[in-house]
Design a protein around this ligand. Sequence first.
Ligand code: ADP
Length: 379
Amino acid sequence: MDKNSAPSKIGILGGGQLGRMLLQEAANYTVETWVMENDDQCPAAHLCHHFVKGDIKNFNDVYAFGKKLDALTIEIENVNTEALEKLESEGVKIYPHPSVLKTIRNKILQKEYYKKHEIPTPEFRVTANLDELKEAADFLPAVHKIGEGGYDGRGVQLLKEREDLAKGFDVPSVLEKMVVIDKEIALMVGVNDKGETAVYPPVEMSFDKDLNLLDYQLCPALLDEKILWKIEAIALAVVRNFKSPGIFAVELFVDRKGDVLVNETAPRVHNSGHHTIEAHFSSQFDMLWRIMLGYPLGNTAAILSSIMINIIGAEGSSGDVIYEGLDEILKIENAFVHLYGKKQTKPGRKMGHVTIVSREKQDLTHKANIVKRKLKAKA
Ligand code: ADP
């Protein structure tokens, strides 16, 4: 791509908060941006040069959208990969390759990928239906995960004892041995067209057990150096074997014995990289533009430690959103507020996030608790 000629035309399939934050970074470069989503009021709609209303799962919509572009990326896995394959064969660059999307969005194929490449992951079996699952009592305690279509914990069922088997899914799924988790870790890796990689420091995640959504996340994760090396080596093995440029979030478990197991990978910018906007020299969004525009990879190092808290729609409250406590949060030193511009809130919906940076871990957790206590997205 000639960087001095006309701006590259790059499209994003999906117009949610990830697309929105990607577009915020695009403004630093010479790039003409396109977004396709079926809702013209979506978070990314007014930040791109060209908004196209369309269905990202529909072949014709995706093909028509992509064929006038130099490159395409995604902010959600569930897009029409046949259209992306055709576009790729016609010379449009796709980040990540559609073959990677197909492997990742099906948990059965994803787990088989880890096995094939000898990447440590919780032991698993594939179950075609509920009858097959009911034969698997010897494998309990386990976690049943729907093959396709699950997200944010929907499509994940804990099965502790024989009586729980009936709660499993009656469609092709993965049954995974339950891991006694010490820490849940995520780490972002950027890969350019030449296969060079840029690895971010791992983050430590804590989950809202009721909603199964990321509750807060600390960076850098507090880990022994040996475990840290293992995590980086495993994440690099996951990403390198895809043989695809793009940006990837690898989620891993550290168990009580200090073993590291891959839980899952997302082939795109990710919630576990939001803190990189303020806390790192090159954010995950900046990194993806550098990759797609053919520029050098950015510096992944942290400027300061950080904590990130999602702003989640409050329980029992749906409708036009108001942000209670916002003024107070904006007064906190080194707290950065991101509201995603969603007009309507509902329980569990991701409405925004807050990143806090500091030299002191105690300061981070203290301020994060204030955010969690005082800031509410409700109707
Ligand atoms: P989703 O893709 O919907 O986020 P995950 O596969 O990440 O689903 O699972 C959601 C959560 O369930 C994880 O963050 C983890 O806390 C728990 N979990 C998943 N797999 C296992 C496992 N094998 N053992 C123990 N807990 C697990």
